[in-house]
Design a protein around this ligand. Structure first.
Ligand SMILES: NC(=O)c1ccc[n+]([C@@H]2O[C@H](COP(=O)([O-])OP(=O)(O)OC[C@H]3O[C@@H](n4cnc5c(N)ncnc54)[C@H](OP(=O)(O)O)[C@@H]3O)[C@@H](O)[C@H]2O)c1
Length: 302
């Protein structure tokens, strides 16, 4: 999702030649193949948007794969980039690698300030190593390797798996299916009161290009919308965009999770960037994308 958005954003940038590889063309855990690619293509800058990602269930069940695959891909790519003369490297962290009890809204100095969330510890440890490795390359070798910490993303290219997708694409799918089947109501998990923040993926891509243009970017910087809403408010918004007329019920017997997750985006704003896409517009565009992929039989659901 992120890699495609970065490509969309850079296509409109004059003088940029994009070099991309699909997973089938290049396994980033294959150190030799990665080294060869960098030596032959010699990119000037790299945006590292690949990762093994997943929800709580996958993270909790496969910690070995989440730690080793992400570490391997990061070590192979960051090292090969440096050895081939790349001066600029932008690594993708995530706000979910901040500590479990991070102070809200989350500021950049919360990283490593207290224990991690146990369910995604392996993923967070791998990501923190990637982010720190970039910081060390910058400090030790004077190259501009730095990181962005996006909040929850949504938009074109999202994953609509019925069980494993994130809350926003899951709601789009559920309300769409409820509309199609004329279901009288849709029940959402928990009380609906936890507050969450979302950023449209094309806004993230724009922020990444902005960061690549900074001469002295922070080692890591939060990228979010800076606004949160309750899950129930989000459900009502998605239902209205989808055109679902039925009732929305909550199920307080199901767990709510953290009451609030919001990032502080003052640091990014101080560099002259702010998000553009409001949640309603972003959800409308995402629903359009969902419908066109559904019609074409190409909906991502893995
Ligand atoms: N989505 C969010 O809400 C969110 C929020 C914060 C941060 N981020 C960060 O943004 C980055 C991109 O996330 P995304 O949402 O765009 O995930 P995504 O859509 O799943 O994209 C990740 C891509 O990386 C590929 N990949 C994984 N391991 C690889 C390997 N060894 N070699 C080659 N390709 C490999 C995946 O291929 P396969 O599909 O074949 O595995 C997939 O195409 C990640 O670092 C993630 O932590 C995402």
């Amino acid at each position: 999702m992120v890699g495609s958005a970065v490509c969309r954003r850079l296509q409109s940038e004059a003088g940029v030649r994009l070099i991309t590889r699909t997973r089938a063309e290049l396994d980033l855990e294959d150190f030799d193949a990665v080294e060869k690619l960098f030596k032959s293509e010699r990119p000037e800058a790299v945006v590292f948007a690949a990762a093994r990602v997943g929800g709580i269930h996958a993270n909790n069940t496969y910690p070995v794969e989440f730690l080793t695959e992400n570490l391997n891909a990061q070590l192979a790519t960051i090292g090969a980039a440096y050895r081939s003369g790349v001066k600029r490297f932008l690594f993708l962290g995530s706000t979910c690698i901040y500590p479990r009890m991070a102070k809200q809204p989350i500021t950049e100095d919360q990283l490593l300030a207290s224990p991690l969330e146990p369910t995604n510890e392996a993923y967070a440890l791998a990501k923190i190593c990637g982010l720190k490795l970039c910081e060390y390359y910058r400090r030790q070798y004077g190259v501009l390797y730095h990181s962005a910490m996006p909040t929850n993303l949504y938009g074109p290219g999202d994953n609509y798996h019925p069980e494993y997708s994130h809350v926003l694409p899951a709601l789009i799918r559920r309300f769409h299916e409820a509309k199609e089947s004329s279901a009288p109501n849709v029940t959402i998990w928990g009380t609906g009161s936890p507050r969450r923040e979302f950023l449209y993926v094309d806004d993230l891509a724009d922020a990444l290009v902005h960061l690549l243009g900074q001469t002295n970017p922070p080692d890591w910087v939060n990228v979010g919308s800076g606004r949160d809403q309750s899950i129930l408010e989000l459900a009502h918004l998605v239902a209205s965009v989808v055109g679902y007329p039925g009732e929305i019920l909550t199920d307080p017997s199901k767990p709510d999770g953290t009451p609030r997750k919001l990032t502080d985006i003052s640091l990014l704003k101080s560099t002259g960037w702010k998000p553009r896409t409001d949640l309603k517009t972003g959800v409308e565009q995402t629903y359009e994308d969902f419908r066109s992929h559904l019609a074409a039989g190409s909906l991502r659901s893995v």
